[in-house]
Design a protein around this ligand. Structure first.
Ligand code: ADP
Ligand code: ZN
Length: 366
């Protein structure tokens, strides 16, 4: 393969490397041979990815004789039942502690396989090979694992750091446009809160990004990961700084719940970015021109940012109040000072906002 980029995530408990390149299978094979010699390899994936990449896997990882476990695609399968099914398949084949899991897929597979690895035989190693843009820049990094229940998303899970993450840009070529844009929403989010230069780069290079021009993608993916790295390393307990990652998510998560999870995460977050930028303007923190710039960037990527659906703001506000990140039933928001910089005060990174302002932000046309 060509030059690969290596980013090291440092952590109190366990650090790990993230490799970014455009043909990482040789690297994966080498990594496992060097660090997990003689272990059995279980690859967990979904049916779509299996049908696209089964041949690639068997060609490139054949020395490792992997056991390929595939589940039906889609968030609705991210459940405790699927976790049990995967565990039974591994148990049936007598996979022991000497097993390494490869999570090969999008966020659903990463969360599920991570959860399996974290409890199988009291915890085994996992490496992530994210195949969606969202998983590359967001969900494969940070060690969050989990499944959904009828009571809500990601309510049961663990933190289980991977041994390594391998990001291969080639997988993006088969990714449907909608899934690509879904991931762009998180990249734009992190640029807005943490890096004006990245924001301006995305503004200038939107065409190249949409055409999946390799060096352009490499830069925005690498930069997003570096920014997330900085945030999670400086705040391992998710107490303070890590809330930065939640910009757009107070409204976004509530809207996702309100729409009964029929709208993809990134498209709820883009609406959340618009509403929470508006809140930042209404509370006199962000200039109106900057808010306009944010909304135009979302438009460039066809990311929804208008709340003109027939929605009931009171109902969404009620949902926000029971979000796990609220304190005393009061929804909290990350507030922008300007593009690339958020408001902080006495080590607080999120703020209570009066209900009439939240309502106004939801209701005003953008
Ligand atoms: P996310 O990463 O957004 O959480 P999922 O794991 O649900 O997403 O994956 C979204 C959809 O994209 C699934 O249907 C999955 O099978 C499909 N998919 C994932 N990676 C690829 C890829 N590289 N090419 C084509 N389809 C893919
Ligand atoms: Zn998100």
């Amino acid at each position: 393969m060509g030059e690969e980029i290596r980013i090291e995530i440092e952590s109190k408990n366990k650090g790990y490397p993230i490799f970014i390149g455009n043909s990482t299978s040789a690297l994966i094979q080498k990594f496992i041979e060097e660090n997990h010699k003689n272990k059995k390899v279980g690859i967990i994936t979904d049916d779509n990815i299996k049908s696209l990449y089964e041949n690639t896997i068997s060609k490139s990882l054949n020395h490792l004789s992997p056991y390929l476990i595939s589940i039906p695609a889609g968030e609705k399968n991210k459940t405790r039942e699927t976790k049990e099914r995967i565990e039974d398949m591994l148990l049936e084949k007598k996979y022991s502690r000497d097993t390494i899991i490869i999570a090969f897929g999008g966020g659903v597979i990463g969360d599920l396989a991570g959860f399996v690895a974290s409890t199988y035989n009291r915890g085994i190693s996992i490496i992530h090979v994210p195949t969606t843009l969202l998983a590359m820049v967001d969900s494969s990094i940070g060690g969050k694992t989990g499944v959904d229940t009828k009571y809500g998303k990601n309510l049961i899970g663990t933190i289980h750091q991977p041994d390594a993450v391998f990001i291969d840009l080639n997988f993006l070529n088969s990714l449907p446009k909608e899934e690509f844009l879904n991931g762009m929403s998180e990249i734009i989010k992190i640029a807005i809160t943490s890096d004006k230069e990245l924001f301006e780069f995305i503004e200038k290079n939107s065409k190249e990004i949409l055409e999946k021009e390799e060096n352009t993608l490499l830069y925005i993916i690498k930069r997003s990961i570096e920014l997330k790295k900085e945030i999670i390393e400086r705040d391992e307990e998710e107490s303070g700084l890590r809330q930065t990652l939640n910009f757009g998510h107070t409204f976004g998560h509530a809207f996702e719940n309100y729409s009964e999870y029929k709208i993809k995460h990134g498209f709820c977050i883009s609406r959340g970015i618009a509403v929470e930028s508006k809140i930042s303007v209404l509370t006199e923190n962000l200039k109106r021109e900057e808010e306009k710039r944010i909304v135009s960037l979302l438009d460039k990527f066809s990311l929804p940012n208008k709340i003109n659906e027939d929605i009931n703001p009171n109902k969404i506000i009620d949902i926000m109040k029971v979000d796990k990140k609220t304190r005393n039933q009061k929804p909290r928001f990350v507030i922008l000072k300007e593009i690339g910089r958020i408001k902080t005060k006495n080590k607080d990174f999120s703020f209570e906002i009066k209900e009439d302002i939240i309502k106004k932000a939801i209701e005003t046309p953008k």
